[in-house]
Design a protein around this ligand. Sequence first.
Ligand code: AMP
Length: 341
Amino acid sequence: MTSVATLGSHCSLQVLKGAKDEGLKTILICEKKRERLYKRFPFIDEFIMVDSFKELLDQKCQIILEQNDAVLIPHGTLIAQMSSEEIESIKTPVFGNKWILRWESDRTMKENLMREAGLPVPKPVNNPNEIENLVIVKRQGAAGGKGYFMASSEKEYHAKREQLIKDGTISNDETLYIQEYAAGVLAYLQFFYSPLREELEFFGVDQRHESDIEGLARIPSNTQLTMDKVPSFNVIGNSPLVLRESLLEQAYTMGDDFVQASNRLVKPGMNGPFCIEGVYDENAKFTSFEFSARIVAGTNIYMDGSPYYSLLYGESLSMGRRIAREIKIARNTGKLDKITT
Ligand code: AMP
C-alpha cells in the first residue's frame, strides 16, 4: 500500500491530512520533543520517532519507509536541516525533483535558474563597496529570513554586520549575499506542475509576516531613529492574498517559464509544487527575489482548499491533497517514477 511520509514540521499536518483524504496511509517522522503535539491529530497512521531529523538517513528509518512503499514529501525543514548531499542520498522516493533542491539552497545556482527562467530579479551587489541604493543582505540556505538586514551604504553594511556577529546571529566567516531591495506589495505565487497532465496549475498567493521588520511599522519614526537594533525578516506566519485578475496571465507565464527553464537545467525539471516569491511595485511590475522548489508553508492557509483550485477542479483541494492525488494517479497507472526522484 502506497503511503505518504514527511518530517513533522512546516506543512506536515496539511500534507498528511491531504494524503489521508485521498485514502493513502500517512507516516510522520517525528522528533520526540514534538510527539505530544502531533499525537493530537487523528489522521497520522504511523509515527517514526527520532531524536533528530538526520535519522531519516539511517538504514532503520529507510527500511520502515521502504516496507510502507512510502513517498517522502520534501519541505522547508528538510532543506534547512540537511545538506544537499544528504538530501540527494535519500533512498526513499522523494516527491518532485530532489536534485532541484540544491538549486534552491545555493544562492549562485538559484540566481542562475531564475535568470534562465527570465524572472526579473533584483540586481545583485557583489561587494559592499558597490552599495549605492538600499540593499537587503541575506544568509545562505533556507534561513527563513533570520539575520537578514538592510543597508544603504558600505558603512551601514559593516556596522550592522559587526553587530549581528557580536550578538551571535551570524558568524564571522559567513558569506553574505547582497541584493538591491525591491519595494512593493509582497506576493508569494504558489504553483503545481503535473508531469502526468503536463500542465501548470496556479494554486494561490500568500504573504509572509516577518518579525521584527513588520513590528517596526508600529513604532513612530522618531522612536525608530533612537533604536540601534537590527530588524530581521524571521517568518512568523502567512496570510492569503488575491491578485488582481489582470495579473494572473503574467503569473502563469512566469510559472511556465520557470518549469521550462528547470527542465533545461536540472532534469527531470520542476515537478510538483513550487513558489515564486517577490514584490509588485507601483506599476504592478513584479520583481522576484526567490523561489522554493517544493511545497511552501504559505499553502497552509488553504488547508480547506484554494480558491483557484475550486475553479479548476470544482472541489476543495489543499496542496497536500493535490500532491496525494498525483501520487495516487501515478501509482494506479504505474508512473510513480515520473513524479518522484
Ligand atoms: P528570502 O529568504 O529571500 O525569501 O527573503 C526573506 C524575506 O526578505 C522575504 O520574504 C522578503 O520580505 C525579504 N526580501 C528578500 N529579498 C528582498 C528584496 N530583494 N527586496 C525586498 N525584500 C526582500
